[in-house]
Write a protein that binds this ligand. Structure first.
Ligand code: HEM
Ligand code: HEM
Length: 177
């Protein structure tokens, strides 16, 4: 079982790896029309989905640290709601991306696995709606993650409540506290 006061090494590694990949994937996504990096977008997105599934399983099967007790009740509630929403988006964005890719009715290569078209292409309007939902959710996670990062940094450096240090390697804590 896991520690109570800080995040475990596995939780920290998954957190930062997934965060880095999501921000990169977002920029690959918004520039896709100019770069044509659709193949790269699909591969990185598939890796994100696998890591997120591992993270959810790890989250459910391990005890995580309790919320920092010095946070106000409203801050705890907001952090709780924010973390759950981030989890939901981390899962739904790659899933909606996969739905988009598989409903185009063309062969697909994902992480070295070749998929022949599983179905006839879905009609334009349905795919367009799924694409819009994918895009809205991607924008949503981008801005929510920025807010989440600002909250962690603000608590650490302005309110002097050590939130950011909980998610950083232990050896870094002495530099920021
Ligand atoms: C967390 C993971 C992901 C993020 C943050 C993300 C983000 C984005 C963004 C920002 C766009 C641009 C939307 C636009 O402006 O038109 C996009 C488009 C798209 N994404 Fe993703 N995406 C993710 C995962 C995936 C996955 C796993 C797939 C499929 C394997 C996928 C398939 C697509 C497709 C088909 C488009 C439309 C491309 C086009 O034709 O313009 N995405 N994504
Ligand atoms: C797409 C990017 C990100 C996502 C999806 C994300 C998601 C999450 C989630 C779900 C948690 C809850 C704990 C867990 O289950 O592991 C968390 C905790 C945390 N995140 Fe992020 N995060 C992102 C980016 C960032 C960034 C950029 C920072 C800071 C600069 C940050 C700082 C933290 C901190 C300090 C915690 C611990 C909060 C606490 O429980 O006290 N995150 N993050």
């Amino acid at each position: 079982m896991e520690i109570q006061q800080g995040y475990s090494r596995v939780a920290k590694t998954l957190h930062w790896l997934i965060a880095l990949l999501i921000f990169s994937e977002y920029f690959i996504g918004i520039t896709i029309d100019n770069t044509g990096w659709k193949w790269l977008h699909f591969q990185v997105g598939s890796i994100i989905l696998i890591l997120v599934l591992c993270r959810i399983i790890w989250r459910i099967t391990h005890v995580y640290p309790v919320m920092e007790p010095r946070l106000s009740r409203i801050n705890k509630m907001m952090a709780h709601a924010g973390h759950h929403t981030l989890y939901l988006l981390m899962f739904l964005i790659p899933v909606s991306g996969l739905v988009l890719a598989f409903t185009k009715g063309v062969p697909l290569d994902l992480l070295g696995i070749h998929f022949e078209p599983l179905m006839k292409p879905l009609n334009y309007h349905t795919r367009h709606t799924i694409k819009e939902v994918h895009e809205y959710m991607a924008n949503g996670i981008f801005y929510l993650a920025l807010l989440h990062a600002l909250a962690a940094i603000g608590h650490q450096f302005i309110h002097k409540i050590p939130i950011l240090s909980r998610m950083l390697p232990k050896s870094w804590s002495k530099f920021i506290e």
